[in-house]
Design a protein around this ligand. Sequence first.
Ligand code: SAH
Length: 478
Amino acid sequence: MGTLNVVGIGPGNDLHITPAALSAIKSSEHVIGYTTYLRLIKKHIVGKEITRTGMSEEIDRAMTAIKLAKEGKTVTLVSSGDAGVYGMMGLVFDCLKELKWKRGDNPTLNIIPGISAANSCGSLVGAPLIHDSCTISLSDLLTPWPVIEKRIESASKGDFVISFYNPASGRRQRQIVEAKKIIMEYRPGNTPVALVKSGYRKRQDIVMTDLDNFLDYEIGMLTTVIVGSSQTYMYEGYMVTPRGHENKYDLSSGDVKTGQRKTFSLKCEGDLKSQVDLKEEGLELAKTYVTPTDSWVTPKDVNDKAFLNESSEESALEALEMLKGSGHLQFEETKVEKKKVRNILETNDLSTLGLFHGVLWFEDKEETFLIGDFKEPVSLEEHGLSIVEEAGSVKKIEGTSKVEPLFLWEGKGVEAASDIYKKLIIYRNDSVSMRLQDVLKESSERVDFNGGPLFDVRWLANMPQDVWDCVRETKLKC
Ligand code: SAH
């Protein structure tokens, strides 16, 4: 069986080719590529069979590579930058499809990434691609111009930084002029523009200019044109697009600006919070498997005045005070020191909670329950368990499997189980989240029960459901 490596060699010097690309080239018997690219890697292909092709012989190049590989050879087809970005990879797939090749068929296919021009050229001029950006090829040899035009228009409207590949050639001069006209409708003339020619190659040439003036410089087949967004600025000759930290932070002090909160969405006009309630619209975020964020309540948040603006948060704040007043929830930035384990003597109606394959294991003196839905199928039989009764996500089980308990709970039977379900289950991923567990651990006393230290969460068992809902929804966001 032969092997076809399709390799991106990066911008074109030895330091910016990946070790994986180099080893693929070195291990191959036959190397195929456009003459210029083969010249760039000439010292690595000494002694190998080589097929050099011209620029317009791409289909030939791809077909020859596949044919030789099918004959049992290890063949490497090289592309500049990344083979999957305006490179040979697309054509290779077109040809494989034509030949009705299937995965597992001869030849084996290896796709090896390389540093694409946007990345290499970006690094030469600063940090233009820090925020949302896109690449557009101005070559209309294979793509209809109206399509390209529409993309330039959309990217300009969307305020994307744009990296233009194939901006011009001997015969194609008008495209970049048209592109400028479109962008100028959306961005000011002083928007930074970088022209990088032959980046990381011998004839490297870099021009830092702007939208008004960039057409006064040479732009050709070896140039990548990076046009900034409305946010991109020049600093010390570098082109920089900010990530947005200055929207939230005072950069000299590092403090969060008034009205903003560290790990929460940026407060601004039109932010998601101010938009229509999805539930009212009949859309449910539940079951979308959104991972819980790291948002966390700190004492500073509680004191934050901006926080009191909405009535729902106000009621949550009251709830919080209630909980804190009862001495249970301690919203601290640093972890609370582990408390000394206290011995629980009164054992009336006490039950324990543990975790079993991501769902809650609830055990009182007489009965055992599994609470929540498994994310992946779990064979209870294999664990020596069987279901006795099932009501929604609460299953009464029988069997011998023993689970390490984590929490101490007050109450027993089905009623307690459904109370636990309501209080602890994260609807979005069907199991108790790490974050909620941490809250419980940090705000509960460690006690000794049946020989093991457990976190005493009886306060939660006694907490009115709506108070807890309010705290969860508004404060813990889970
Ligand atoms: N697969 C390549 C792109 C091939 S299209 C990649 O991922 O980079 C050819 C275009 O890529 C050129 O017209 C130019 O716009 C850009 N390009 C490739 N190498 C470059 C380099 N070293 N310096 C500047 N631009 C380059």
